[in-house]
Design a protein around this ligand. Sequence first.
Ligand code: NAP
Length: 270
Amino acid sequence: MNFFRGCTALITGASSGLGLEFARQLAPLARTLVIVARRLDRLDALKADLMRNHPQLSIYTYGIDLADDEAIDGFLKWLWTEGLRVNFLINNAGLGDHGEFQSADWSKVKQMLDVNIAALTKLTHRLLPMLRSFETAAILNVSSSAGFVPVPHLAVYAATKAYVTSFSEALRAELRNTGVSVTTLCPGPVDTEFGEVANRGEVREMQSPEFLKISADQVVHSALRAVANDRARVVPGLAVALMMIVVCAVPMLLLRLGLNVAAARLRRTE
Ligand SMILES: NC(=O)c1ccc[n+]([C@@H]2O[C@H](COP(=O)([O-])OP(=O)(O)OC[C@H]3O[C@@H](n4cnc5c(N)ncnc54)[C@H](OP(=O)(O)O)[C@@H]3O)[C@@H](O)[C@H]2O)c1
């Protein structure tokens, strides 16, 4: 994990779940953490907690709604003003929406597109010159195993994550031999606040089989190891990794049949 020693990492969505865990696991190694999300109180509490055990660490908190394009400009200006030179960008913030597309709340759909796609792309675009000014730097984009195939009742979410995976793989190829590595993290189900945010009140709870679940701690550990080893993609957990190999090998015609059956079953349970 040599790369992380003394790094300056920017972690989006650090107020809970995977983002918070990234901050925890990087705290003993990094020199500076810049942690952002909307819930500034949570970021400040995390900062106080980490500073107790890692007094050598500098932590900057910034409250931002990443769905707000102008707020991102303001944040980037603040980064320059503070003289913060990021060499590890973790695009982690994201949200899902569980249920039929037709009955989705448009503001939530828009938020998914803005946070999962637009903010991730803009931060990467604007910070790339800074990242490239280092001998070695890294981008870790948090996608999902849901990005490998279309998922009824997570249609927009899965599509946003397909974008993240595709974008990250292409960017990795563009940045080959520049010193900037790009890694895509594709977790299966993890117990965080994600499910709570994705569920709509009236829709049946989003449930994932227990055997596919792994802890945030394990996901983040695997992700950081993948970045350290300059791996293109990481699917943490053996069960999810095997399932994704099988799913990706299924011919499209057969996959469509499966999707139709799954969508019909979901309709009946609503
Ligand atoms: N948990 C899973 O099963 C799972 C599986 C695969 C992939 N993922 C991906 O993992 C990433 C982290 O999710 P998680 O599981 O840790 O969920 P989480 O506990 O709900 O955390 C999501 C984080 O994103 C931030 N966020 C959401 N909307 C935001 C906005 N508009 N502006 C700024 N920050 C925003 C939240 O902060 P605030 O609410 O404070 O703004 C929070 O810190 C996401 O990209 C998710 O798609 C999760």
